[in-house]
Design a protein around this ligand. Sequence first.
Ligand code: C2E
Ligand code: MG
Ligand code: MG
Length: 721
Amino acid sequence: MTKKEQRIRKIKKGRFWGGFAVLLVVTVIECVILGLTLQMAWDLVLKENFTNEYERINTIANCYENGISDAEMERILGDEKRIYFVKDQKGKLLHATGEDTMSDEWGEIVLDTFLEINEEAINEIKNVGDKVQVEADIHRTDGDASGLDLDLDIDDDLYNVRSRFMRIHTDREIPVFRSRNGGVEFDFPALAKWVSDVRFFEDEEYYRGNKILELPFWIECELGEGILYGKGFYKMRYADMAMMVGLLAVIGALLAITFLILIFSMISVIRRQRKANAVFFMDEVTGGRNWVWFLLKVGQFLRKRRNDRYNFAIADLVFVNYRNFCMCHSVAEGEELLTKLDVTIRRLLNRRKEACAHYASDHFALLLHYETQEELKKRLEELITTLEQIDKEHNFSFHLGVNPLPAKLENGRTVRRKKIDIDEQYNNASTACMTLTDTEGSAIAYFDEKLIEEQKWLDRVQEAQKGALENEEFLVYYQPKYNPVTGQLTGAEALIRWESPKYGFLSPGRFIPIFEKNGFITEIDHYMIRHVARDQKRWIDAGMNCVPVSVNVSRAHFIEHDLADQIRDMVDAEGAPHNLIELELTESAFFDDKKAIIHTIGKLKEYGFAVSMDDFGSGYSSLNSLKDMPLDVLKLDAEFFRGENAGERGEIVVKEAIRLAKALHMKTVAEGIEAREQVDFLAEQGCDMIQGYIFAHPMPGDKYEMAMKNGTPLEGDETQK
Ligand code: C2E
Ligand code: MG
Ligand code: MG
C-alpha cells in the first residue's frame, strides 16, 4: 500500500473509530461503576446476615461439645428456638432438637476465619489432646471481629488452626457459595435464584414493625465426634428487599439506557460516517466516484486478487471534445455530459473487479480486468463505440491510453500486485494517451516502456533548448542540390544539427518534432534564417559563387501574419540578398488557413524570396494548393524513390508531377536520391535539381564552402551526418 493510500485510509477510519472508541470507554467505565455499586449493596444486605447466622450455629456447636444441656442451651440462646441435630461420622443420629428437613443437596459457603489465641491461653495447653477452654477473637476476613468463647481441641499443629467452614442447607436446592482470597463472595446467579424462591417459604414475622421474610438454611459445623447441623435463617426485611429490587431496577435501567445510547450513537456514527465517506469519495462534477476512491478501491482489488490469473489494466480515457463543447454550449452542459459518460462507463464495467472514476476535467480513470489482450482490445473498442453514441447530435471522440499492469518484473519474478503504485500506473496510461494528442477521431494507445524513455527525452530536450540556443549549440549543415544533366551546384538546403555537450551530436529527428509541439520551433527557424543569411553574406563578401539556400519554415510559423516581414527584416539585418534565400514549407502546412498562407507567400515573393513546397507527395497532396499558391519550387518527396513507389507506376507519377510543375512555371527538386539510375531518369524527365546522398550528404559550412568552390560534387563525400 502506498503512503497516499495509507493516509486516505487513516482519515477514513479515524473518523469512525475515534468517536466510537470514546463512547465505548465511557460505557465501560459506567458499567464498572454500576457493577461495583451493585456488589457493595449485595454485600451490605446479604453478607452480614449469613455471618451472623454462622456465628450462632457455631456457638451451639461449641456449647454442645462442652456438654451443655438443651435447657442450658435454651438459656444461652434466649428466645431463639434453634433446631439442630448431631450425627456421627457414619451418619448415625446422636442428638436432635426438632425435625430434620435437610435435603441431600448441598451448597457451600466458605467463611474464612482464623483464631488468634492469646498467649495466656497457649500457656494453659499442656499436651496434645487436651481440652482447653480459651478466649479467642474470631477475625473475619471482612474485618469484623467479635469476641467468642470457644472450646478447642488441641491437635498437633497448634498454631495452624484450620479454617472453619460452614455448610448451609435448606429444604430447597441450595446454591454453592464459596469465598476466595479470604473475602466472603457470593455466587450471584445462584443467590439470585435462591432469593427468587422466596415465595416457597411461609414463615413471615414482624421485626420492629417491619414485615420480614425468613429463608431457612442449614449450617454444618464439625465437632470432634461428628457433625452438628443447625438451622439458620436468612432474614430479609421487605424494606431491604424493596430497596434491593429498587436498586437493581435502577441499575438495570441505567445499564439499558447506556446500552441503548451506545447502540444509537453507533448507528448515528455509522450513518454519519457513511455520509462523510460518500462526500469524501464523491466527484463533485459527475456525482460519481472521485480519484481518491479510485486509489483506494483499485488498491483493494489488487490486494484481494493478488493471485488472480487474470490481468488488470489501468486506462486514461479522454473526452476529446469536452473543452470545445463547453465553449460552444456551456460548462454546465459539458458537466452533464461528463455525468452521462460516467454512468455509461460504470454500467459497462464489472463492479466487483473493475472501477471507474472521474479524474479531472475531461479525464476518466478506469481499472479493467481481462484475460487476453484481444479480449481487452475488443472491450475497449466497444466501450468507445458506445460512448461515441452518447449524444446523437454530436460526433464525439475519445482517446484511450491503456496501461496493462505488469505481471512479471524484468528479472522474471512475478509482480506483487499489492505493491503496485496506482498513481504511477495511471500516469503511464496518460502518457500513452498523450501520444494520441494529434490523432483525429477516437483512438486507443497502449503504454510500453519506450514511452517513458521518450517522455524523459522530451523533458531533457525542453530543459536544454533555451541554453542550447543561447550557447549556439545548433549548427547549420548544408546539403547541396545539383543539376542532374550538368552536375553543377544549383542550390542547397540548410539543415539543423545539435552539437550538445551533454547529449552529443543530434540529428533533427531527435528534437525538431519536440520543438514543433512546444512552439520553440519558431526560435529555431529564426536562428536558421539569421545564420544562413549571415553565411551567405560572408560568402558573397568572400567573392564566392553563391547559390540559393533553402531554409525550412515550420508550419507553426505560418499563423503569424507578419512572418514575411519578420523574415525580410532578419535577412536585411544580416545584409544578405533576398534572392539567395528560399523558404521551404512542408506540404501539410498548406492545409491550414489558406488565405493567410497565400498572403504570406505573396509577400515573401514580393520581397524577392523564393518559396518551395517541401515533401510534395508525402502526405495528403493537394493539387488544389498548387493551383492557388504562387510557388517557385516543388520538392518531390524522397518516398517517390523508395520501395514499392520506385516501380513503373511510381515513375509515371514522378514524370507527371514534373510535367505539372513545369506547366505551372515551377522548378522541381528531387529529394533523397541515392542511385545513378534515378539521376538518369530524373534528368530525362527534366527535373531541375537533385538533392541526395548520391551527390552529397548534409555538411558543415566549411565543407560546403569547398563544394561551392568546386561547383560539382566533391569526390568521396563522407559526411554521413
Ligand atoms: P527535409 O526538409 O525534407 O530535409 C531533407 C531530409 O532528407 C534531411 O534530413 C536530409 O538529410 C535527408 N536526405 C537528403 N538526401 C537523402 C538521401 O539521399 N537519403 C536519405 N536517406 N536521406 C536524405 P534531416 O537533415 O535529418 O532533416 C530531417 C527533417 O527535419 C527535414 O526534412 C526537415 O523537415 C526537418 N528540419 C531539418 N532542419 C530544420 C530546420 O532548420 N527547421 C525546420 N523547421 N525543420 C528542419
Ligand atoms: Mg526541407
Ligand atoms: Mg523534404
